[in-house]
Structure formats: C-alpha cells, structure tokens
Design a binder for this molecule. Structure first.
Ligand SMILES: C[S@@+](CC[C@H](N)C(=O)[O-])C[C@H]1O[C@@H](n2cnc3c(N)ncnc32)[C@H](O)[C@@H]1O
Length: 584
C-alpha cells in the first residue's frame, strides 16, 4: 500500500477493537428475520454523479484521525461506478460466514460534508450479501473524505490484497484512473501500479476482441498472452491465435515468438522475384498436360510429387474436382511418354483436411488419394507394384505434440500427427529394355543399399528451409528412387518440377533429365539447383556431380546417420508425450 493510502485507511487496531461490538450488533441483524424484504434499489451512478461534484470540489478534507463505526442505512450506501470489481462472483461462502459469524469486518465508507450518501470504498461483496439478507442498516467504518480517484485506488488496493481482480478488471481500473480521474502514467507509477509501459500494455488489453477478453477473464489465457495478442492488427487474427494458444497450451512466451514471426513476415515487403531471361536446357515452363516436346515412349523413369491440393501458393483458388481433372490430364501425358516397363514414382500424400470436391463441406475428413491414381493409371496399363513409406522425421508441429493432450482432450478424441508420406511405385506393362552392360554394371545397387532401401520405410528428414519453393522434397528421396529405378544414361522426367530437385539429382547421377513447371516464378531456384547461368549454359553440373559422387562414397554412413537422427527425434517426441501424459 502506498504511504498516501496508508494515511487514508483506518487503523487495523481500531477496527479490531470495535469488531466485538459490531459482531454483537450484526449477529442479531443477520439472524433476525428482517421486516424489509425488498432492499432499496440504489442507483449507484446517479448517486455518484451527485457525489462527484460534492467530493471533487472539496479540497482535501480533514483526515479522520479516529475513524468511527457507524450504522449506515442501506439506502444511503452507494458503490462508486469506478469500483474495480465488475461482479460479485460466488457469494455462497461469504453468505454462509455472515449467517454463522455475523459481519466480521464492517464496510469502509467515506462521506463528503453536507452530503447524504456514503461511498463504499471497501466491502462491495459484503454489501451485496447483506442486501440479500434484507438488512436495513450496515455497520461501517467511516474514513475521511476522499476524491473519487482516491476511492478507486483504495478499493483497488483492497481487492489486490485479496487477489480477486482479473487482468481485465485491472485494465478497466487503470483506464479509469488515467482517463476519468486524470492520473498521469507517472502518478500511477508513483502509486505503485508499475512502469508507464506496463500500465499502457495492461490498458491495451481492453482493445482486444470480446471473445479474447472473456478468455482472459476466465483464466483460459493470461494477461501476458493478451499483451502478445495485442501485437496483431486485426480481431479475427487475434481470436484465431488466442484459440490456438489455448488449444495447444502455449505459454505466453511461445505465443509471443509465434506472433513476432508472423508480424515480421507480413511487414517484410514481398520480395519481387526477378525472372531471368533465357532457356534452361531440359526445362519447360508450361503445363505438363501437354508434353509434346517429348516423343511417345521416350522416358524411362518419372519421379515426381504432384500438387496435393492443400492450399499451397501454386494451387490457390482451385477446387479438388478441378485439381483432379488436371492431374488426370497430366497422368495421361505421362503414360504416353513412359517406355514399356518404365516406372513412375509418385510422392503424393493424403489430404488431411478434405472438405469435399468443392471444399465447402462442414465436416473435414482425410481423403485417401493413392487409390485414385491407381484406378486412373490402371486404364493405361500402369500398375501399382510397391509402396515406400517416407518417414519425414519430426513434424513441423513436433514441439506441440505434448501439448496436444490437455485436460480438454476427451478420451478417444486423440489425433495423430502427419509425419510420413507414401511414395507409390507404378510400373507400365511391357518389356523393359536393358541398356549397355557398362551402364547396367555402373547402375546396380550395392547389397547394403538394396538391403536398407528394400525395407520400404525410408527415414529421411524433410527439407527444413524451403527457400525459393514451398514444397520441395529432399535430394535423398529423389536419389534413392533414381538409383533404384533407372540406369545410368537413361531419361528421367519430372512433370511437376517445382524447384528442380529431381532434375538436379538425376543429372548428378548421370541421367538425362527433363522437367515441366507451370509457374515461372520458380525459375531462379531451378537455375540455382541446376547450376545454370543466365546464358542458359550449365556451368556447375559436373562439378556438382563429382562432389556428389564423392559424398556418396560414404553414403551408407550418411544415410545411417540421417536415419538414426530421425529415429532419435521421434523417440524424443514420444518421450515428451509420455512425460506430459504422466504429469497430467
Ligand atoms: C509439390 S511441388 C513439386 C516440388 C518438387 N518435388 C521439389 O522438390 O521442388 C509441385 C509443383 O508442380 C507445379 N505444377 C502444378 N500443376 C502443374 C502442371 N499442370 N504443370 C506443370 N507444373 C505444375 C507447381 O507449380 C509446383 O511447383
């Protein structure tokens, strides 16, 4: 309590002295059956108006050196509108106590000279309870007259001692101290409310949307969460983020970091991609439903990842029905260019938030996808022969895994995170031509490679930094597929080229490579990956190839390491989950 307030507050000893007397009085009142059943309807704001002029115009009244205990008629008691407590909460315990022990602590009131009303500066809950009991008069300690701002401050401190105010009530109080009673931030700091920055941040909680304020009021989020949400500029975002923070049990710090990143991203001017002139050998910037540059039966292996239709930047504004139409056209062209016995490796995941072909269904569900390609390609005598499960290591949301189970998660309502994607291996009917013996000898897998890859579960960490393209797959995935399913010198095609990963790896492995990409904005990243200069000349591919081959001499060690790391991460996540569940 500040010194100023100490001088205004009644002396605790004096209160104690008078308690016995009050108790006697009030016990009788509490136990008696009051004749006045309806309490006076005190119109607080009108009374406060009346008092405002009376109290505010007076200069500091003489301090009450001896606070008196007086019985004040119920209809003369008024609660200032500025009182920080917005509702009385659950009064059951208090009412029980009054019924049992009488009123143990009188209300604290003040009154200005010549005025009829008494302002309640402490004891609003008790007052409400006593009204319910039908008391006609209430024992009160009268302290010296105070300015309304002082009353508000005193009432606030009393409530803070009992820790009963929510962050929103505190913010409302601070705002009225500042705006209504014209305390400067410096005054408030001196009264013990904290620094100017802290006070301003607290007041800004009131600018949050009602839903978010309710969450703070109900202790679903803290004031610190509210401060972080204040950095977002619109109410919809604030509500969404608040819900996310609550659902995932994010700490305020975690929420702040996420919001800071978001704000930084949206502030950063979108970099304009400058698209270099010139051709990139083997790359066609066009829709791959027309690959007329490639003759029939000219491609030995297709390695690709079609768009999934999950709202990526390259598939915006297109319904699933339209998307699937496009995919069928590209598959028809792919079937045409594939040699008999040729292989098509499709990395295509299921859609985890599918809302029907037009995207408007209420209930979202998982849409399995592989069978659609299987059914369609069958018509072209291209058959599903193998499935690889690409385990991508820990999910982008891995840090939240442990938070997915909260006390709000109903048993049986648990969800599974996506941390893997299938790669479907299709083979076209017909005899596969075998190239020269030298190519065959150079291409064959080592026993170790075959043993490891044949397991069908490939733990390869996802690309962590998507620079230049939002959906790249790792080189290692393309590397294994190209090594397994083509011979050196053969032709590899990627009809959904993206950043050019397939072509890069294919060339490094001594294959001919072609790619189609509809979006010219990915030209810079494709050029970089393929080591193409502005003049269209491939400058680095052989260097890259040699380097890659050198690395691949210790491929086994590398792969083992990558797999061990991915497995370790997964185990660590599982341990996290187990720990949280046990703790809860
Ligand atoms: C999932 S990404 C491929 C990413 C690639 N695997 C990588 O590692 O960079 C799919 C790409 O296909 C492109 N695309 C989608 N439909 C296409 C079409 N009909 N013709 C050509 N490109 C298309 C998209 O623009 C996108 O870049």
């Amino acid at each position: 309590m500040s010194n100023e307030m100490k001088s205004l507050a009644p002396d605790a000893a004096q209160i104690a002295d008078t308690n016995t007397q009050i108790k006697e009085n009030t016990m009788t009142a509490a136990n008696s059956n009051p004749t006045v059943t309806e309490t006076q309807n005190v119109n607080n704001s009108i009374q406060e108006e009346a008092m405002t002029s009376a109290v505010n115009t007076q200069t500091a009244a003489a301090p009450n050196t001896n606070p008196q205990i007086i019985d004040v008629p119920m209809d003369k008691l008024s609660v200032p509108v500025s009182h920080p407590r917005r509702n009385s909460g659950d009064l059951e315990t208090l009412e029980k106590s009054i019924r049992k022990n009488g009123l143990l602590e009188p209300l604290t009131v003040c009154k200005s000279d010549g005025d009829d009303f008494y302002m309640v500066i402490d004891g609003t809950r008790r007052l409400t309870a006593l009204k319910d009991f039908g008391w006609k008069a209430v024992p009160c300690i009268q302290v010296k007259s105070m300015l309304l701002g002082e009353i508000a401050h005193y009432a606030f401190e009393k409530n803070m001692e009992r820790r009963t105010l929510s962050p929103i009530e505190i913010a409302l109080h601070l705002r009225s101290m500042k705006e209504k009673y014209e305390y400067s931030l410096r005054d408030l700091d001196a009264l013990g409310y904290g620094s100017a920055t802290k006070i301003s941040q607290q007041i800004r909680l009131l600018d949050l949307p009602a839903k978010v304020k309710d969450m703070i009021e109900n202790a679903e989020l803290t004031a610190a969460h509210g401060v972080a949400l204040g950095k977002l500029s619109n109410a919809t975002q604030q509500e969404k983020m608040a819900k996310r923070a609550f659902d995932f049990g994010w700490s305020a710090k975690r929420l702040e970091i996420t919001i800071d990143k978001l704000v930084k991203k949206s502030k950063a001017p979108k970099e304009k991609v400058s698209i270099p002139e010139g051709k990139i050998p083997g790359v066609y910037f066009k829709d791959s439903k027309d690959m007329s540059e490639l003759p029939d039966k000219s491609v030995h292996l297709i390695v690709t990842s079609p768009p999934y239709c999950v709202g990526m930047e390259f598939e915006k504004g297109i319904s699933y029905a339209e998307h699937w139409e496009n995919m069928q056209e590209v598959m028809t062209e792919s079937a045409r260019v594939l040699v008999p016995g040729g292989i098509m490796a499709l990395n295509v995941g299921d859609i985890h938030n599918y809302k029907g072909p037009d995207g408007k269904a209420k209930q979202s569900q998982i849409q399995l996808v592989g069978h659609k390609y299987q059914g369609f390609l069958r018509r072209h005598q291209i058959y599903l022969s193998d499935i690889v499960l690409w385990v991508k290591g820990t999910n982008a949301h891995s840090k939240d895994v442990s938070k997915l189970i909260t006390d709000k998660t109903p048993h049986t309502g648990y969800r599974i995170l996506i941390s893997h994607d299938p790669v479907y291996i299709f083979r076209k009917a017909g005899e596969r031509e075998v190239p020269s013996e030298q190519a065959a000898t150079n291409s064959v897998l080592t026993k170790e490679e075959w043993t490891r890859w044949a397991s069908g579960i490939w733990a390869i960490d996802r690309v962590r930094k998507m620079e230049g393209h939002p959906a790249m797959y790792p080189d290692e995935l393309a590397y294994r597929l190209i090594k397994m399913f083509s011979y050196e010198g053969e032709t590899v095609l990627d009809p959904f080229l993206g950043s050019g990963t397939t072509m890069k790896v294919a060339r490094q492995l001594g294959r001919e490579a072609f790619g189609y990409e509809r979006e010219v904005q990915y030209k810079p990243v494709i050029m970089e990956k393929l080591g193409v200069g502005e003049d269209g000349v491939i400058t680095q591919s052989m260097v890259g190839f040699a380097k890659e081959m050198m690395i691949r001499e210790d491929a086994e060690e590398l792969v083992t390491k990558a797999e061990a790391e991915a497995a370790e991460k997964m185990l660590a996540d599982e341990a996290d989950v187990a720990e949280t569940v046990t703790a809860e």
